[in-house]
Design a protein around this ligand. Structure first.
Ligand SMILES: [Zn+2]
Length: 236
């Protein structure tokens, strides 16, 4: 293989590495954003759970106040019983007291039910808190890793660009221009080997005389279909 093709292939190798590194560089910020969103969602979920628990506790407080007032009324009515003159008034008061006692039983059932619910929430809170802590640590660790990768990539890009400059010097100017134009147009691999009589880029069958020419001259030949530069690995 001609020296200039070898040098061009070396340049292409560096360019393809740079492509890969730069693609990765573009992906990382999005990956970080996704992780940050994920963490935010987890924090919000736990926050909502805590709010629910607070609402339940507030509700319990109000029920207890209701119960106190209810008990106060029962005491008051019981005291009033002794002051009543007529049987009618007495019966009416007894009815009133019974209503308050029914209400008391209801309130007590609600309070017990609510206390059990709050107890369950508190047990769940411990579990959710630990879970959130684990997730938070994992996500933050992953973000830190990605940020480090980004720094490494920036360093690597500088090194590769430097290498690219050196490699480009080894390629004849005309060929370099042709190669760079092709890369701008197509991107990716633009210098490809002949593969079983086809273009290594688009896999179109090459005319026999082109196949022979590639093998005998060791030159680069442009693919008629895709415009890539084709070379033969075992040219003379
Ligand atoms: Zn082709």
């Amino acid at each position: 293989m001609r020296e200039e093709i070898k040098n061009l292939l070396e340049l292409q190798r560096v360019d393809l590495e740079l492509d890969r590194i730069e693609r990765r560089k573009d992906e990382i910020p999005e990956e970080i954003r996704v992780l940050q969103k994920q963490l935010e969602d987890e924090e919000n979920k736990f926050e909502s759970f805590l709010e629910e628990l607070m609402d339940l506790e507030k509700k319990l407080k109000y029920l207890n106040l209701d119960l106190e007032e209810n008990e106060e009324r029962i005491r008051k009515y019981m005291n009033q019983l002794t002051t009543l003159k007529s049987n009618e008034e007495y019966r009416a008061m007894m009815n009133q007291i019974q209503l308050e006692k029914d209400r008391k039983a209801q309130l007590e059932d609600q309070i017990i039910e609510l206390m059990e619910k709050i107890e369950n929430y508190k047990q769940k809170r411990k579990f959710l808190e630990d879970d959130l802590k684990t997730k938070r640590n994992e996500i933050r660790k992953r973000i830190a890793e990605l940020e480090e990768e980004l720094i490494r990539i920036d360093d690597n890009i500088l090194v590769k660009r430097d290498e690219r400059k050196r490699r480009a010097h080894n390629v004849p100017e005309k060929l370099l221009k042709q190669y760079e134009k092709l890369r701008q147009l197509r991107g990716g691999e633009v210098v490809v080997p002949i593969e079983n009589g086809t273009c290594g880029g688009c896999h179109a069958e090459l005319p026999i005389q082109v196949q022979v020419e590639l093998k005998t001259t060791g030159k680069l030949i442009r693919c008629e279909h895709c415009g890539r530069l084709i070379f033969s690995l075992n040219s003379e």
